[in-house]
Design a protein around this ligand. Structure first.
Ligand code: ZN
Length: 307
């Protein structure tokens, strides 16, 4: 498929989305509200992903956007992605501390010192709630498959609307042995590609790496690429040279099995694989490639989505 859409600077794309009431800007970079049309398309997209996986017998799980801090620690996230973490703080002071807080607000000075840390962090990926829920478990021989949807957070403020700090992620997560996980990952690379092509988006599957932090991270990223553990389906949204990952298909090997003591039926550490769809990103790609009003979209795209 040929991309015929010329890609404008990120700010003009964002301004047009705002003008059409698709995105509602807030005072914080990368944090948006969503208008009715945007949300309608997103809900239909979510239903399309449900249809793509509905015969697989996944167990549906829905978690809130908070994760126990201890689970984030166990997952290794702080080692790999400290730059993206969001920790919840809350006020736990007395009357005096409260008065000091109000004084600071009134003077426009920093009041965050009045808050203390809590035992919860913002969930960075929808599947991160699944593995702790299986902690200590021995899986059945067939493994287990989960369907998750979560609002996720990553601290990467940007003017690019395709890089939000809070966004919805729909995932199918397999936990089982290595062979099952690789098969799950490969099946969904194909399915996700078919789905995005049915939506007439020029999606391309590429080997990718996670944004590992620091010098050690460069080695982790290289090794992840070398072993082809992560594939992304990329679509140009705000840049042709740097297309946006709209879905990713990941094989984690036994990272989470080891972290949460999950074992397969043979007693080995469980492996896991997930496919994640960035719902807002795919919706943005649809508006970018087919226009800012749904009524003008190609009929086959509207039929596929049911909009
Ligand atoms: Zn995942």
């Amino acid at each position: 498929m040929i991309d015929t859409v010329s890609v404008a600077p990120v700010t003009s794309f964002r301004d047009t989305l705002v003008r059409h009431r698709l995105l509602i800007p807030t005072g914080a970079r990368g944090v948006y509200g969503f208008g009715a049309e945007f949300d309608r398309v997103l809900q239909r997209l979510d239903a399309l992903i449900t249809r793509a996986g509905e015969n697989d017998g996944a167990e549906v799980l829905r978690f809130p956007s908070l994760l126990p801090r201890t689970d984030l620690e166990a997952s290794g996230y702080l080692k790999s992605f400290p730059q993206l973490v969001g920790l919840i703080h809350a006020f736990d002071g007395d009357d005096r501390a409260h008065a000091a807080l109000l004084q600071a607000v009134a003077h426009g000075t920093d009041w965050s010192g009045a808050l203390g840390t809590t035992d919860v962090v913002l969930t960075p990926a929808a599947c991160y709630s699944v593995y702790p829920s299986l902690g200590g478990e021995t899986l059945p021989p067939s493994g287990r498959l989960f369907d998750v949807l979560g609002v996720c957070f990553r601290q990467e403020p940007s003017d690019d609307p395709a890089r939000m700090r809070m966004f919805r992620q729909r995932e199918y997560v397999w936990v089982g042995d290595a062979e099952q996980c690789r098969a799950h990952r490969d099946l969904w690379i194909r399915r996700a590609q078919e789905m995005l092509h049915a939506l007439q988006l020029p999606a391309e599957a590429v080997v990718a790496n996670d944004p590992f932090f620091g010098r050690g991270g460069r080695m982790l990223a290289a090794s992840q690429r070398e072993q082809a553990l992560k594939f992304e389906l990329v679509v140009p949204i705000t840049s042709v040279e740097h297309p946006t990952a709209c879905a990713s298909c990941n094989y984690h090997q036994d990272t989470f099995g080891r972290a949460f003591e999950i074992r397969d039926a043979r007693g080995s550490l469980a492996h896991s694989a997930c496919v994640g769809f960035g719902l807002e990103r795919i919706v943005l790609a649809l508006f970018r490639h087919h226009g800012f009003t749904v009524d003008g979209w190609p009929m086959p795209v509207r039929a596929t989505l049911g909009v």
